[in-house]
Write a protein that binds this ligand. Structure first.
Ligand code: GDP
Ligand code: MG
Length: 598
């Protein structure tokens, strides 16, 4: 079709507002996926995504639609991940589009992710079509929802579409609105080839599959492409469109969306945001917006069984082929032995990687609590980045420490404003602003250290608001604070994986809570175990775990057989996740104790 009949669009929404359900309906209505093949949420095809109800990886789908004007249009839907950890990827997907459907649950209204995504869409100059979803629900209030969008986002909602993705209401209106309101791509077929990568994944047989939008010019099977930022060159083996399954084509032109493969070794060679050009052709400037992946959260991964160290390295290398943002390097800990220090975009990214290591590679790991990256200034003016509390230089060697700060936006029913302010203040938050979205709901904005968010901030937010509040945050820079390193000794031995960096004013409170928590979590042994929290040489809190009494053991061995079996089974399960530090067995939960202090 001519470029005037191509429409490239995304769907942006807060989690659970119906993005995947609507995408399914669009595919069905346009006959792109046959009804009998519709498995529900066609776009979310990773197990992990389905279980968590989130979209991790972007996908794209091409639909053919005969509009009311009798013409056939090609509609390319480019999906976006739905989590703040991946906002760079969201922004690149949006940059590949001319328009976006803004889906808002009409019974819930605007949420934190709605706002964050709308701002990204506006930055990319997209035509935004508001869609009020779930109008089948008795609690839906489309008029109130429109008013929220106008007041908070400042979008004109006179053309908003009422929809029920579940019942299939409003689907045709949405397709017509895409055709009528989303601009066609510019026709730049005559210009030198440039394409924007909005997704890529590793396939064990074909190498990396790259999803891209042709911005200018044309590309053909057999061309040798160059990825401008990585500098890598590959010859194209396969070129095609997603209809929604991969369909080969000979060439793709300006405005079109497609995929290519060419025995590309790793996703890092063809990363999201990179510009594809044709090797040896006249030089062009790269498309704007490319960013290096910067890990924000680090943790240690140690095999329970030291023999699994090589397996862990292999697994991380394999995952990295498919995940350009994952960083790792070997770490040796006096307490834990050999492992890896790993860097992630955020907490969700960290959880996904950990889960995949355990599920897909069958590794039995001890994972240490997440840490952010500190900027440590020394007296001579040099600066080191420290992502491991155990490696923070000693107090006399440092001048001061800076830590990363985020601006966090929380949207909540007004009844929970008090508890949320208290939460933010406990986490060293500085109040920025509070806005009423409607009479009943408001947005609270705070600036606070990322280190205070990567603990259990999200869980706390949910539990203090009965699940009604939502949040989003983004990095705003580094700030200097009075930070100290809190060390833990167990049975007289320093336990470096438990070291943590805290604000001086909270150090005593955290030290006390942490020793108490460890006392709860570490099982008794035949001897007494002292636990101490220290800052430098000074002990600030101590506890001890009493030795196991003889009669406790006697009971275990005396009971009936089934009980004894149960006990043994329980012990065996417990064993799986224990690390021996000196003579003491420390369970996985203890390494995360610092996250559960409230
Ligand atoms: P996503 O997180 O934005 O992709 O949301 P999903 O498409 O996964 O939908 C979240 C939940 O809302 C699912 O249980 C859907 O069945 C439900 N849902 C989606 N659209 C509608 C709708 O129009 N009406 C109702 N009642 N439920 C819907
Ligand atoms: Mg979804």
């Amino acid at each position: 079709v001519p470029v005037s009949r191509i429409r490239n669009f995304s769907i942006i929404a807060h989690i659970d507002h119906g993005k995947s359900t609507l995408a399914d309906r669009l595919l069905q209505f346009t006959g792109t996926v046959e009804d009998r093949l519709m498995k529900g949420q066609f776009l979310d095809n990773m197990d992990l995504e389905r279980e968590r109800g989130i979209t991790i990886k972007l996908q794209a789908a091409r639909m053919k639609y005969v509009a009311a004007d009798g013409e056939t249009y090609v509609l390319n839907l480019i999906d976006t991940p739905g989590h703040v950890d991946f906002s760079y990827e969201v922004s690149r997907s949006l940059a590949a589009c001319e328009g976006a459907l803004l889906v808002v649950d009409a019974a819930q209204g605007v949420e934190a992710q709605t706002l964050a995504n709308v701002y990204l869409a506006l930055e990319n100059n997209l035509e935004i079509i508001p869609v009020l979803n779930k109008i089948d629900l008795p609690g839906a209030d489309a008029e109130a929802c429109k008013k929220e969008i106008e007041d908070v986002v400042g979008l004109d909602t006179s053309g908003a579409i009422l929809c029920s993705a579940k019942e299939g209401i409003g689907i045709e209106d949405i397709l017509e609105a895409i055709v009528a309101r989303v601009p066609a791509p510019r026709d730049t077929t005559k210009e030198p080839f440039r394409a924007l990568i909005f997704d890529s994944y590793y396939d064990a047989y074909r190498g990396v599959i790259v999803y891209f939008r042709v911005m200018d010019g044309e590309v053909r099977v057999g061309d040798t492409v160059r990825f401008m930022n990585s500098g890598k060159e590959y010859e194209i083996d396969d070129l095609g469109v997603m209809a929604p399954n991969q369909l080969p084509v000979k060439a793709l032109y300006a405005g079109e969306v497609g995929f290519l493969s060419g025995s590309i070794r790793a996703v890092a060679d063809a990363r999201v945001g990179d510009t594809i050009t044709i090797a040896g052709k006249r030089a062009v400037t790269p498309l704007p917006g490319y960013e290096q992946a910067v890990p924000m959260v680090f943790c240690g991964l140690f095999p329970v069984d030291a023999d699994q160290f090589p397996d862990l390295r292999d697994a991380l290398e394999k995952l990295q082929l498919n995940d350009a943002a994952l960083k790792f390097e070997p770490e040796t800990s006096s307490a834990m032995g050999f492992g890896f220090r790993c860097g992630f975009l955020g907490l969700l990214h960290m959880e996904i990687v950990q889960e995949r290591l355990e599920r897909e590679y069958n590794l039995n790991l001890i994972i240490t609590a997440p840490s952010v990256v500190y900027k440590v200034h020394s007296a001579d003016g040099s600066v080191v980045m420290v992502d491991n509390p155990a490696q923070l230089p000693a107090a006399e060697k440092r001048a001061f420490i800076e830590e990363p700060y985020v601006r966090i936006s929380m949207i909540t029913p007004k009844d929970f404003v008090g508890p949320l302010m208290e939460l933010a203040q406990n986490r060293r938050g500085e109040f920025t602003e509070m806005k009423y979205i409607t009479e009943a709901r408001c947005e609270l904005v705070y600036e606070l250290p990322l280190g205070e968010v990567v603990t259990d901030f999200f869980d706390q937010l949910k539990s203090r608001t009965k699940g009604y509040a939502s949040m989003e945050y983004h990095l705003i820079g580094y700030r200097r604070n009075e930070l100290v390193r809190l060390d833990l000794n167990i049975n007289g031995e320093p336990c470096d994986p438990l070291a943590t960096i805290v604000h001086r004013d909270k150090a005593y409170q955290v030290g006390r809570a942490l020793t108490e928590k460890l006392k709860e979590l570490i099982p008794r042994q035949m001897f007494k175990i002292p636990i101490q929290a220290t800052i430098g040489a000074k002990v600030i809190a101590s506890e001890s775990i009493a030795a196991m009494r003889k009669d406790v053991l006697a009971k275990c061995y005396g009971g009936d057989i089934s009980r004894k079996k149960k006990l043994l089974k329980k012990q065996a399960e417990g064993k799986k996740r224990m690390k021996s530090l000196g003579k003491v067995d420390v369970p996985q939960e203890a390494f995360m104790a610092v996250l559960q202090l409230e």
